[in-house]
Design a binder for this molecule. Structure first.
Ligand SMILES: Cc1cc2nc3c(=O)[nH]c(=O)nc-3n(C[C@H](O)[C@H](O)[C@H](O)COP(=O)(O)OP(=O)(O)OC[C@H]3O[C@@H](n4cnc5c(N)ncnc54)[C@H](O)[C@@H]3O)c2cc1C
Length: 384
């Protein structure tokens, strides 16, 4: 058993951190304040190969193992959670759907532009009336000869307002058994009947645009089908693995940033004639933060490694995601606490992290759904 990253992995992580410190960190507070996605960050990330990390070389990607991807995800989320949400998770999920289920033509067409940073993508599963209960989606794709007519609304879609294309999940057979009801579709911006709602105002990750996507008699050619008709559930399950992994990376980056902010402030802020770090109430908080961050990092790295090795990591993904998202919200609340009243003010990094952290509990399966998954894998189908 080897817990040490290899030399090239350590170098990759520290080089990527240096890039983020120079290019991403200086814009992070502004992005949050203005609630505007940074295309400048996105282009920079494309240039250094970040967008292509997990994708095969034949489509312009870097073909890196997931463990390497996680090292970069953690650093980007530590530097700017919003940028990681849009340029990382937001592009990873539709990209992975195409990479794993697309035809050669679809991969050439959609992955290359994504990896180069020329096209933005979105993953559209959630609907206004359902999120966790994925089997209850209502968006319908009716076959009409060799085409499909799509009707429905997708909600809370990351990159919705700026996406050039989206993977949209829709019901193709209302009568089929639950895991054969839905299919995935590739819908391009500009397709008649396809539009984005206005950007939604959010608590955190404010520099990552979110919106509804609306399909109103949107006609797609048969070539818009991604994977096989009726096999959307299998696609969804696979994509959700990458969702949980990258979401855990989001929370790890946020928790690490909270720890660093808390340590810095505790050492510099004076009270009763000494740095507040000298009070046990404060020093034990940062000690606990370190414990959560380190434990979560071990869980996440192990899970990424298991996936790279082709092992079943279903429970491990949920454990890592659940532990890290709850650790990040705990670390963020305590980073604000250590900053005292100043932590409650706009312009304080801890305040931003406090808002950004909460998303980890909600996206890519809520904490409740992760606990259900872990319990189901332990207790078996009877548990349902
Ligand atoms: C900023 C942001 C970006 C997002 N980006 C995307 C995106 O790109 N694409 C996309 O498709 N979706 C996206 N989402 C949606 C996200 O995945 C959903 O919000 C999430 O799946 C939860 O669904 P819901 O909001 O409908 O909550 P619900 O499913 O209605 O759940 C409400 C509450 O009930 C709990 N609950 C539900 N069912 C159970 C149960 N069986 N047992 C116990 N508790 C339960 C939940 O845990 C939660 O606490 C995004 C959300 C946010 C906030």
């Amino acid at each position: 058993m080897d817990y040490e990253l290899r030399e090239e992995q350590k170098k990759f992580k520290s080089d990527f951190r240096a890039f983020c410190e120079k290019e991403i960190v200086p814009r992070a507070m502004k992005i949050d304040r203005e609630g505007a996605f940074s295309f400048e960050n996105h282009r920079g990330l494309a240039e250094i190969g970040f967008l292509g990390l997990p994708f095969p070389k034949q489509y312009g990607g870097e073909g890196k193992p997931l463990l390497t991807c996680v090292l970069a995800w953690e650093e980007l989320a530590r530097s700017c959670p919003s940028t990681f949400l849009s340029s990382g998770i937001g592009c990873l999920l539709p990209g992975m759907a195409v990479n794993l289920f697309g035809t050669e033509e679809q991969k050439q067409k959609y992955l290359r532009g994504l990896v180069r940073g020329e096209k933005m993508a979105a993953w559209a599963m959630t609907e206004p009336q359902t999120g966790s209960d994925t089997g209850s989606i209502k968006t319908e794709a009716r076959r009409e000869g060799n085409s499909y007519r799509l009707n429905g609304t997708k909600a809370l879609v990351t990159n919705g307002p700026i996406a050039d294309w989206a993977v949209v999940m829709a019901v193709t057979d209302t009568q089929a058994v639950p895991n054969q009801k839905m299919s995935a579709f590739l819908v391009e911006k500009g397709t008649p009947g396809f539009s984005a709602g206005p950007p939604l105002d959010k608590l955190g990750a404010r520099g990552s645009p979110t919106s509804d996507l609306i399909l109103q008699d949107c006609i797609l050619p048969g070539s818009g089908l991604l994977g096989e008709e009726g096999k959307g559930y299998a696609l969804l399950e696979k994509v959700q693995h990458f969702g949980r992994l990258s979401s855990a990376g989001y929370s790890l980056g946020v928790a690490q940033a909270c720890l660093e902010e808390a340590v810095l402030y505790a050492q510099k802020r004076q009270a009763f004639g000494r740095p507040i770090a000298h009070f046990q109430e404060i020093s034990f908080k940062v000690a606990d933060m370190q414990m959560f961050v380190d434990t979560g990092r071990l869980l996440l790295y192990r899970t990424a490694w298991m996936m790279d090795e082709g092992m079943d990591a279903d429970s491990d993904l949920s454990i890592a995601k659940l532990f890290l998202s709850e650790s990040a919200t705990w670390c963020a609340a305590n980073a604000v606490q250590i900053h005292g009243g100043h932590g409650f003010l706009k312009g304080c990094k801890a305040e931003q992290l406090y808002r950004d952290a909460k998303l980890g509990d909600l996206r890519d399966g809520t904490s409740e759904m992760q606990r259900r998954k872990i319990a189901l894998n332990l207790l078996g189908e009877g548990f349902r």
